[in-house]
Design a protein around this ligand. Sequence first.
Ligand SMILES: *[C@@H]1O[C@H](CO)[C@@H](O)[C@H](O)[C@H]1NC(C)=O
Ligand SMILES: *[C@@H]1O[C@H](CO)[C@@H](O)[C@H](O)[C@H]1NC(C)=O
Ligand SMILES: *[C@@H]1O[C@H](CO)[C@@H](O)[C@H](O)[C@H]1NC(C)=O
Ligand SMILES: *[C@@H]1O[C@H](CO)[C@@H](O)[C@H](O)[C@H]1NC(C)=O
Ligand SMILES: *[C@@H]1O[C@H](CO)[C@@H](O)[C@H](O)[C@H]1NC(C)=O
Ligand SMILES: *[C@@H]1O[C@H](CO)[C@@H](O)[C@H](O)[C@H]1NC(C)=O
Length: 379
Amino acid sequence: MSPAAPSSAFSRFALLLSTAALLGVNAQQGTYPATPLASKHFAYPSGIPYQADTDGDLVRGPQFGYNECNSTTEGQTSDCQTSFLNSLDDFCLWAPAVPNSTIADTEGEEVAWCTKPGRGTRLIPAGALQGVQFMKTPDYVQVVGFIDQTQINMQPGDSGGELGALFVDLRGNPLGALVYSTAWSESNNSYTQVIEWHNFMGGGAFCFKACDPAGANASNFCQHIYDRIGCAYNAPNAAQNGSFTSCEGDDQDFPGIYTANGTVMTYSQPPESRGVISSLPYQPRVPASSNCVTFTSAALYAAMGTPAASATSVPVTSGGATAGATAGPGGPTKSGGIVAFASASASATGTGTSSGAGALRVSAVSAVVGVVVAVVLLS
Ligand SMILES: *[C@@H]1O[C@H](CO)[C@@H](O)[C@H](O)[C@H]1NC(C)=O
Ligand SMILES: *[C@@H]1O[C@H](CO)[C@@H](O)[C@H](O)[C@H]1NC(C)=O
Ligand SMILES: *[C@@H]1O[C@H](CO)[C@@H](O)[C@H](O)[C@H]1NC(C)=O
Ligand SMILES: *[C@@H]1O[C@H](CO)[C@@H](O)[C@H](O)[C@H]1NC(C)=O
Ligand SMILES: *[C@@H]1O[C@H](CO)[C@@H](O)[C@H](O)[C@H]1NC(C)=O
Ligand SMILES: *[C@@H]1O[C@H](CO)[C@@H](O)[C@H](O)[C@H]1NC(C)=O
Protein backbone atom coordinates (compact mmCIF):
# COMPACT_ATOMS: atom_id res chain seq x y z
CA MET A 1 0.00 0.00 0.00
CA SER A 2 1.37 3.34 -0.93
CA PRO A 3 -0.44 6.39 0.34
CA ALA A 4 -0.86 8.98 -2.31
CA ALA A 5 0.32 12.50 -1.79
CA PRO A 6 -1.96 14.54 0.42
CA SER A 7 -4.63 16.08 -1.72
CA SER A 8 -7.27 17.69 0.43
CA ALA A 9 -7.10 21.35 1.22
CA PHE A 10 -6.47 20.45 4.79
CA SER A 11 -3.61 18.14 3.86
CA ARG A 12 -2.02 20.66 1.57
CA PHE A 13 -2.36 23.10 4.35
CA ALA A 14 -0.71 20.76 6.82
CA LEU A 15 2.07 20.21 4.33
CA LEU A 16 2.58 23.93 3.91
CA LEU A 17 2.71 24.28 7.63
CA SER A 18 5.30 21.64 8.20
CA THR A 19 7.37 22.99 5.34
CA ALA A 20 7.09 26.45 6.77
CA ALA A 21 8.01 25.21 10.21
CA LEU A 22 11.04 23.43 8.84
CA LEU A 23 12.14 26.58 7.10
CA GLY A 24 11.58 28.60 10.22
CA VAL A 25 9.39 30.99 8.27
CA ASN A 26 6.70 31.33 10.84
CA ALA A 27 8.89 31.31 13.86
CA GLN A 28 9.77 34.79 12.65
CA GLN A 29 6.10 35.70 12.55
CA GLY A 30 5.79 34.88 16.23
CA THR A 31 3.30 32.11 15.51
CA TYR A 32 5.40 28.97 15.80
CA PRO A 33 7.54 27.49 18.53
CA ALA A 34 11.25 27.23 17.87
CA THR A 35 10.90 23.52 18.64
CA PRO A 36 7.66 21.68 17.77
CA LEU A 37 6.21 19.59 20.58
CA ALA A 38 6.80 16.44 18.53
CA SER A 39 10.55 17.15 18.56
CA LYS A 40 10.79 17.44 22.35
CA HIS A 41 11.98 14.23 23.92
CA PHE A 42 11.97 13.59 27.66
CA ALA A 43 12.63 10.37 29.55
CA TYR A 44 9.90 9.38 31.99
CA PRO A 45 9.98 10.01 34.84
CA SER A 46 13.51 11.33 35.34
CA GLY A 47 13.58 13.86 32.50
CA ILE A 48 10.12 15.38 32.76
CA PRO A 49 10.21 19.20 32.89
CA TYR A 50 7.69 21.25 34.83
CA GLN A 51 6.17 22.21 31.46
CA ALA A 52 7.04 20.83 28.03
CA ASP A 53 5.68 23.97 26.37
CA THR A 54 7.71 27.07 27.02
CA ASP A 55 6.19 29.20 24.26
CA GLY A 56 3.70 31.19 26.26
CA ASP A 57 4.45 34.33 24.28
CA LEU A 58 2.95 32.82 21.11
CA VAL A 59 -0.66 33.14 19.90
CA ARG A 60 -2.28 30.59 22.19
CA GLY A 61 -0.60 31.73 25.39
CA PRO A 62 1.00 29.50 28.02
CA GLN A 63 0.51 25.79 28.68
CA PHE A 64 -2.54 25.33 30.91
CA GLY A 65 -1.18 22.71 33.30
CA TYR A 66 2.13 20.97 33.87
CA ASN A 67 3.97 17.77 33.03
CA GLU A 68 5.81 17.20 36.29
CA CYS A 69 3.17 15.28 38.20
CA ASN A 70 3.53 13.51 41.52
CA SER A 71 1.73 12.62 44.73
CA THR A 72 1.28 16.32 45.47
CA THR A 73 -0.61 16.96 42.26
CA GLU A 74 -2.65 13.74 42.25
CA GLY A 75 -6.42 13.98 42.56
CA GLN A 76 -9.46 15.50 40.92
CA THR A 77 -8.01 19.00 40.79
CA SER A 78 -4.79 17.87 39.09
CA ASP A 79 -3.80 19.80 35.99
CA CYS A 80 -1.33 17.11 34.98
CA GLN A 81 -0.78 16.94 31.22
CA THR A 82 1.35 13.81 31.13
CA SER A 83 -0.67 10.84 29.92
CA PHE A 84 -0.27 7.07 29.51
CA LEU A 85 -1.57 4.31 27.28
CA ASN A 86 -0.29 0.99 28.59
CA SER A 87 -3.08 -1.59 28.65
CA LEU A 88 -6.80 -2.23 29.07
CA ASP A 89 -6.65 -1.40 32.76
CA ASP A 90 -4.02 1.32 32.57
CA PHE A 91 -4.66 4.30 30.31
CA CYS A 92 -5.62 7.96 30.41
CA LEU A 93 -7.89 10.15 28.31
CA TRP A 94 -7.63 13.86 27.60
CA ALA A 95 -10.63 15.74 28.98
CA PRO A 96 -11.50 19.16 30.39
CA ALA A 97 -10.36 20.51 33.74
CA VAL A 98 -13.66 22.30 34.37
CA PRO A 99 -17.13 20.64 34.44
CA ASN A 100 -19.59 21.00 31.57
CA SER A 101 -16.95 21.97 28.99
CA THR A 102 -16.79 21.11 25.31
CA ILE A 103 -13.66 19.68 23.75
CA ALA A 104 -13.74 22.35 21.04
CA ASP A 105 -13.66 25.11 23.65
CA THR A 106 -10.90 23.51 25.73
CA GLU A 107 -8.79 21.52 23.28
CA GLY A 108 -5.63 23.39 24.22
CA GLU A 109 -6.19 22.81 27.92
CA GLU A 110 -7.28 19.20 28.45
CA VAL A 111 -5.80 17.34 31.39
CA ALA A 112 -5.03 13.66 31.90
CA TRP A 113 -7.78 11.47 33.38
CA CYS A 114 -6.45 8.00 34.19
CA THR A 115 -7.65 4.59 35.34
CA LYS A 116 -4.83 4.15 37.84
CA PRO A 117 -3.49 6.33 40.62
CA GLY A 118 0.22 6.84 41.16
CA ARG A 119 1.21 9.29 38.46
CA GLY A 120 -0.11 12.57 39.77
CA THR A 121 -3.20 12.77 37.54
CA ARG A 122 -6.94 12.86 37.92
CA LEU A 123 -8.76 9.53 38.03
CA ILE A 124 -11.62 8.59 35.72
CA PRO A 125 -14.47 8.12 38.21
CA ALA A 126 -15.69 4.60 38.93
CA GLY A 127 -18.55 3.68 36.64
CA ALA A 128 -17.72 6.21 33.94
CA LEU A 129 -16.21 3.61 31.61
CA GLN A 130 -19.01 1.56 30.03
CA GLY A 131 -17.09 -0.62 27.60
CA VAL A 132 -13.45 -0.69 26.47
CA GLN A 133 -11.39 -2.55 23.91
CA PHE A 134 -7.60 -2.48 24.10
CA MET A 135 -5.73 -3.56 20.99
CA LYS A 136 -2.03 -4.14 20.49
CA THR A 137 -0.80 -4.48 16.91
CA PRO A 138 2.66 -4.51 15.35
CA ASP A 139 2.67 -0.71 15.01
CA TYR A 140 0.50 0.77 17.75
CA VAL A 141 -1.60 0.30 20.84
CA GLN A 142 -5.16 1.56 20.85
CA VAL A 143 -7.92 1.87 23.38
CA VAL A 144 -11.50 2.46 22.23
CA GLY A 145 -14.55 2.67 24.40
CA PHE A 146 -17.76 4.09 25.71
CA ILE A 147 -17.89 6.56 28.58
CA ASP A 148 -20.27 8.70 30.56
CA GLN A 149 -18.41 11.78 29.46
CA THR A 150 -20.11 14.05 31.97
CA GLN A 151 -18.00 12.31 34.64
CA ILE A 152 -14.86 13.68 33.02
CA ASN A 153 -16.20 17.22 32.73
CA MET A 154 -17.60 17.08 29.21
CA GLN A 155 -20.98 18.52 28.32
CA PRO A 156 -23.54 15.72 27.95
CA GLY A 157 -24.18 16.34 24.27
CA ASP A 158 -20.67 17.32 23.22
CA SER A 159 -19.77 15.63 19.96
CA GLY A 160 -16.18 16.40 20.80
CA GLY A 161 -13.08 16.51 18.67
CA GLU A 162 -9.54 15.34 18.17
CA LEU A 163 -6.56 15.84 20.43
CA GLY A 164 -3.03 15.22 19.24
CA ALA A 165 0.57 16.32 19.27
CA LEU A 166 0.69 17.61 15.72
CA PHE A 167 -1.82 20.40 15.53
CA VAL A 168 -1.31 23.24 13.14
CA ASP A 169 0.71 25.48 15.40
CA LEU A 170 2.87 22.48 16.36
CA ARG A 171 2.43 23.04 20.10
CA GLY A 172 -0.10 20.20 20.54
CA ASN A 173 -3.67 19.90 21.70
CA PRO A 174 -3.51 20.18 24.62
CA LEU A 175 -0.47 22.46 24.58
CA GLY A 176 2.53 20.64 26.00
CA ALA A 177 0.77 17.27 26.17
CA LEU A 178 3.13 14.34 26.74
CA VAL A 179 2.23 10.67 26.25
CA TYR A 180 4.15 7.59 27.44
CA SER A 181 3.67 3.84 27.15
CA THR A 182 5.14 0.67 28.58
CA ALA A 183 3.58 -1.31 25.73
CA TRP A 184 6.87 -1.83 23.90
CA SER A 185 9.04 -2.84 26.83
CA GLU A 186 7.07 -5.56 28.50
CA SER A 187 10.20 -7.21 29.86
CA ASN A 188 11.17 -4.29 32.10
CA ASN A 189 8.18 -1.93 32.07
CA SER A 190 10.23 1.05 31.01
CA TYR A 191 8.41 4.00 29.46
CA THR A 192 8.67 4.97 25.82
CA GLN A 193 7.68 8.51 24.88
CA VAL A 194 4.94 8.41 22.27
CA ILE A 195 5.52 11.04 19.61
CA GLU A 196 2.66 10.24 17.24
CA TRP A 197 -0.77 9.76 18.83
CA HIS A 198 -4.37 10.86 18.48
CA ASN A 199 -7.28 10.86 20.91
CA PHE A 200 -10.86 11.49 19.79
CA MET A 201 -13.29 12.32 22.58
CA GLY A 202 -17.04 12.88 22.29
CA GLY A 203 -20.48 11.48 21.66
CA GLY A 204 -20.20 9.19 24.69
CA ALA A 205 -17.18 7.46 23.20
CA PHE A 206 -13.43 7.74 22.77
CA CYS A 207 -10.48 6.31 20.90
CA PHE A 208 -6.84 6.84 21.74
CA LYS A 209 -4.09 5.44 19.56
CA ALA A 210 -0.38 5.58 20.40
CA CYS A 211 1.97 4.64 17.59
CA ASP A 212 5.23 2.83 18.33
CA PRO A 213 7.93 5.41 17.59
CA ALA A 214 10.16 2.59 16.39
CA GLY A 215 7.72 1.87 13.56
CA ALA A 216 8.48 3.34 10.15
CA ASN A 217 4.85 4.32 9.62
CA ALA A 218 3.96 5.84 12.99
CA SER A 219 2.92 9.14 11.45
CA ASN A 220 0.64 7.36 8.99
CA PHE A 221 -1.13 5.13 11.51
CA CYS A 222 -1.52 8.09 13.88
CA GLN A 223 -2.46 10.48 11.08
CA HIS A 224 -3.92 13.73 12.38
CA ILE A 225 -5.55 15.32 9.33
CA TYR A 226 -8.90 13.49 9.50
CA ASP A 227 -10.27 15.32 12.51
CA ARG A 228 -13.85 15.44 11.21
CA ILE A 229 -14.53 11.73 10.67
CA GLY A 230 -14.17 10.32 14.16
CA CYS A 231 -13.14 6.98 15.60
CA ALA A 232 -14.76 4.76 13.01
CA TYR A 233 -12.44 6.07 10.32
CA ASN A 234 -9.38 6.98 12.38
CA ALA A 235 -9.38 3.94 14.63
CA PRO A 236 -11.56 1.21 13.05
CA ASN A 237 -12.54 -1.10 15.86
CA ALA A 238 -14.92 -3.68 17.19
CA ALA A 239 -15.38 -2.18 20.64
CA GLN A 240 -18.68 -3.11 22.27
CA ASN A 241 -20.58 -1.11 24.81
CA GLY A 242 -20.71 -3.13 28.03
CA SER A 243 -17.69 -5.26 27.14
CA PHE A 244 -14.11 -4.97 28.44
CA THR A 245 -11.70 -6.76 26.16
CA SER A 246 -7.96 -6.88 25.53
CA CYS A 247 -6.79 -8.16 22.15
CA GLU A 248 -3.89 -8.47 19.83
CA GLY A 249 -4.54 -7.59 16.23
CA ASP A 250 -3.34 -6.77 12.78
CA ASP A 251 -2.61 -3.19 11.78
CA GLN A 252 -5.36 -1.00 10.38
CA ASP A 253 -5.10 0.69 7.05
CA PHE A 254 -3.69 4.18 7.47
CA PRO A 255 -6.57 6.55 8.25
CA GLY A 256 -7.95 7.97 5.02
CA ILE A 257 -6.38 5.26 2.87
CA TYR A 258 -8.65 2.57 1.48
CA THR A 259 -8.78 0.06 -1.32
CA ALA A 260 -11.71 0.18 -3.74
CA ASN A 261 -11.96 -2.26 -6.62
CA GLY A 262 -8.31 -3.11 -6.17
CA THR A 263 -7.11 0.47 -6.28
CA VAL A 264 -5.57 2.23 -3.29
CA MET A 265 -7.37 5.51 -2.74
CA THR A 266 -6.82 8.51 -0.47
CA TYR A 267 -9.82 10.20 1.07
CA SER A 268 -9.87 14.00 1.05
CA GLN A 269 -11.67 15.42 4.03
CA PRO A 270 -13.59 18.53 2.95
CA PRO A 271 -13.07 21.75 4.88
CA GLU A 272 -15.67 22.66 7.48
CA SER A 273 -16.83 25.56 5.32
CA ARG A 274 -18.41 23.03 2.95
CA GLY A 275 -20.77 21.89 5.68
CA VAL A 276 -21.54 18.59 7.34
CA ILE A 277 -19.89 15.50 5.90
CA SER A 278 -22.95 13.55 4.85
CA SER A 279 -21.33 10.61 3.13
CA LEU A 280 -17.98 8.94 2.67
CA PRO A 281 -16.93 6.83 -0.29
CA TYR A 282 -15.81 3.90 1.84
CA GLN A 283 -16.31 1.81 4.95
CA PRO A 284 -13.09 1.38 6.90
CA ARG A 285 -11.74 -2.13 7.24
CA VAL A 286 -11.75 -3.43 10.81
CA PRO A 287 -8.57 -5.50 11.15
CA ALA A 288 -8.56 -9.06 12.40
CA SER A 289 -7.84 -9.59 16.07
CA SER A 290 -6.80 -12.56 18.16
CA ASN A 291 -6.19 -13.68 21.71
CA CYS A 292 -9.03 -11.50 22.95
CA VAL A 293 -9.62 -11.77 26.67
CA THR A 294 -12.76 -10.34 28.23
CA PHE A 295 -12.88 -9.03 31.78
CA THR A 296 -15.36 -7.38 34.06
CA SER A 297 -14.80 -3.75 34.87
CA ALA A 298 -14.82 -4.71 38.55
CA ALA A 299 -11.68 -6.74 38.03
CA LEU A 300 -10.01 -4.11 35.91
CA TYR A 301 -10.76 -0.80 37.48
CA ALA A 302 -10.74 -1.49 41.19
CA ALA A 303 -8.41 1.45 41.75
CA MET A 304 -11.07 3.82 40.51
CA GLY A 305 -13.40 2.92 43.38
CA THR A 306 -16.76 1.20 43.33
CA PRO A 307 -17.09 -1.35 40.53
CA ALA A 308 -19.09 -0.13 37.60
CA ALA A 309 -20.50 -3.24 35.98
CA SER A 310 -21.41 -6.78 36.94
CA ALA A 311 -19.38 -8.04 39.85
CA THR A 312 -18.98 -11.54 38.48
CA SER A 313 -15.37 -12.15 37.65
CA VAL A 314 -15.15 -14.18 34.49
CA PRO A 315 -12.19 -13.80 32.22
CA VAL A 316 -13.48 -15.22 28.95
CA THR A 317 -11.17 -16.09 26.12
CA SER A 318 -12.69 -15.80 22.71
CA GLY A 319 -10.25 -17.68 20.58
CA GLY A 320 -9.77 -17.64 16.88
CA ALA A 321 -8.06 -15.22 14.61
CA THR A 322 -11.00 -12.96 14.07
CA ALA A 323 -12.94 -13.18 17.29
CA GLY A 324 -12.50 -9.58 18.29
CA ALA A 325 -13.24 -8.20 14.91
CA THR A 326 -16.15 -10.21 13.68
CA ALA A 327 -17.92 -11.94 16.54
CA GLY A 328 -21.57 -11.12 17.03
CA PRO A 329 -22.66 -7.61 16.21
CA GLY A 330 -19.13 -6.31 16.71
CA GLY A 331 -18.20 -5.91 13.10
CA PRO A 332 -18.14 -2.66 11.26
CA THR A 333 -21.86 -2.22 11.35
CA LYS A 334 -24.11 0.37 12.82
CA SER A 335 -24.64 -1.64 15.98
CA GLY A 336 -21.07 -2.70 16.57
CA GLY A 337 -17.79 -0.95 16.99
CA ILE A 338 -17.76 2.74 17.45
CA VAL A 339 -19.24 3.52 14.13
CA ALA A 340 -22.15 5.65 15.20
CA PHE A 341 -19.51 7.91 16.73
CA ALA A 342 -18.86 9.40 13.32
CA SER A 343 -22.05 10.70 11.78
CA ALA A 344 -20.34 10.39 8.47
CA SER A 345 -20.25 6.66 8.84
CA ALA A 346 -23.89 6.42 9.73
CA SER A 347 -24.68 8.57 6.74
CA ALA A 348 -22.71 6.33 4.49
CA THR A 349 -25.09 3.57 5.39
CA GLY A 350 -28.05 5.76 4.67
CA THR A 351 -29.25 6.41 8.18
CA GLY A 352 -27.15 9.27 9.37
CA THR A 353 -28.24 12.66 10.45
CA SER A 354 -26.29 15.80 10.71
CA SER A 355 -26.67 16.05 14.46
CA GLY A 356 -25.11 14.25 17.37
CA ALA A 357 -21.98 13.45 15.47
CA GLY A 358 -19.00 12.43 17.51
CA ALA A 359 -15.63 14.06 17.18
CA LEU A 360 -16.47 15.95 14.08
CA ARG A 361 -15.68 19.50 14.94
CA VAL A 362 -12.57 21.05 13.58
CA SER A 363 -10.58 23.11 15.97
CA ALA A 364 -11.67 26.71 15.97
CA VAL A 365 -8.28 27.79 17.21
CA SER A 366 -6.51 25.71 14.62
CA ALA A 367 -8.65 27.22 11.91
CA VAL A 368 -7.77 30.72 13.00
CA VAL A 369 -4.08 29.95 13.19
CA GLY A 370 -4.41 28.24 9.84
CA VAL A 371 -5.81 31.28 8.13
CA VAL A 372 -3.02 33.42 9.52
CA VAL A 373 -0.39 31.02 8.30
CA ALA A 374 -2.00 30.48 4.91
CA VAL A 375 -1.96 34.20 4.35
CA VAL A 376 1.67 34.41 5.39
CA LEU A 377 2.63 31.56 3.12
CA LEU A 378 0.68 32.59 0.09
CA SER A 379 1.43 36.28 0.14
C1 LIG B 1 5.31 1.68 5.65
O1 LIG B 1 4.22 1.80 4.77
C2 LIG B 1 4.52 1.60 3.42
C3 LIG B 1 3.27 1.91 2.65
O2 LIG B 1 2.24 1.07 3.06
C4 LIG B 1 5.01 0.18 3.20
O3 LIG B 1 5.36 -0.01 1.86
C5 LIG B 1 6.22 -0.06 4.09
O4 LIG B 1 6.58 -1.42 4.01
C6 LIG B 1 5.90 0.28 5.53
N1 LIG B 1 7.11 0.17 6.31
C7 LIG B 1 7.21 -0.65 7.34
C8 LIG B 1 8.55 -0.71 7.99
O5 LIG B 1 6.27 -1.30 7.76
C1 LIG C 1 5.43 17.83 42.27
O1 LIG C 1 4.88 18.45 41.10
C2 LIG C 1 4.69 19.83 41.24
C3 LIG C 1 3.93 20.30 40.01
O2 LIG C 1 4.65 20.03 38.84
C4 LIG C 1 6.04 20.51 41.40
O3 LIG C 1 5.85 21.90 41.57
C5 LIG C 1 6.74 19.94 42.63
O4 LIG C 1 8.04 20.46 42.71
C6 LIG C 1 6.81 18.43 42.57
N1 LIG C 1 7.28 17.91 43.85
C7 LIG C 1 8.28 17.04 43.93
C8 LIG C 1 8.64 16.61 45.30
O5 LIG C 1 8.88 16.63 42.95
C1 LIG D 1 -23.79 23.28 30.75
O1 LIG D 1 -23.54 24.22 29.72
C2 LIG D 1 -24.68 24.45 28.91
C3 LIG D 1 -24.26 25.32 27.75
O2 LIG D 1 -23.47 26.39 28.20
C4 LIG D 1 -25.76 25.09 29.76
O3 LIG D 1 -26.90 25.32 28.98
C5 LIG D 1 -26.10 24.14 30.91
O4 LIG D 1 -27.01 24.76 31.79
C6 LIG D 1 -24.84 23.80 31.69
N1 LIG D 1 -25.16 22.75 32.66
C7 LIG D 1 -24.79 22.82 33.91
C8 LIG D 1 -25.17 21.67 34.77
O5 LIG D 1 -24.17 23.76 34.35
C1 LIG E 1 13.84 -2.15 28.62
O1 LIG E 1 13.55 -3.00 27.52
C2 LIG E 1 13.63 -2.37 26.26
C3 LIG E 1 13.25 -3.37 25.20
O2 LIG E 1 12.14 -4.08 25.60
C4 LIG E 1 15.04 -1.83 26.04
O3 LIG E 1 15.08 -1.14 24.81
C5 LIG E 1 15.41 -0.88 27.15
O4 LIG E 1 16.75 -0.47 27.02
C6 LIG E 1 15.23 -1.53 28.50
N1 LIG E 1 15.43 -0.55 29.55
C7 LIG E 1 16.11 -0.81 30.66
C8 LIG E 1 16.21 0.33 31.63
O5 LIG E 1 16.61 -1.88 30.88
C1 LIG F 1 -23.36 2.58 26.43
O1 LIG F 1 -24.12 1.88 27.37
C2 LIG F 1 -24.61 2.71 28.43
C3 LIG F 1 -25.27 1.81 29.45
O2 LIG F 1 -26.24 1.05 28.82
C4 LIG F 1 -25.55 3.75 27.86
O3 LIG F 1 -26.03 4.59 28.88
C5 LIG F 1 -24.80 4.58 26.84
O4 LIG F 1 -25.66 5.50 26.22
C6 LIG F 1 -24.18 3.69 25.78
N1 LIG F 1 -23.29 4.53 24.97
C7 LIG F 1 -23.44 4.68 23.66
C8 LIG F 1 -22.50 5.65 22.99
O5 LIG F 1 -24.29 4.08 23.01
C1 LIG G 1 -16.29 -0.42 -7.80
O1 LIG G 1 -16.80 -1.02 -8.96
C2 LIG G 1 -18.22 -1.11 -8.97
C3 LIG G 1 -18.62 -1.92 -10.20
O2 LIG G 1 -17.96 -1.41 -11.34
C4 LIG G 1 -18.79 0.29 -8.98
O3 LIG G 1 -20.20 0.23 -8.94
C5 LIG G 1 -18.32 1.02 -7.75
O4 LIG G 1 -18.77 2.37 -7.76
C6 LIG G 1 -16.80 1.00 -7.67
N1 LIG G 1 -16.42 1.56 -6.38
C7 LIG G 1 -15.58 2.58 -6.26
C8 LIG G 1 -15.34 3.07 -4.88
O5 LIG G 1 -15.03 3.08 -7.22
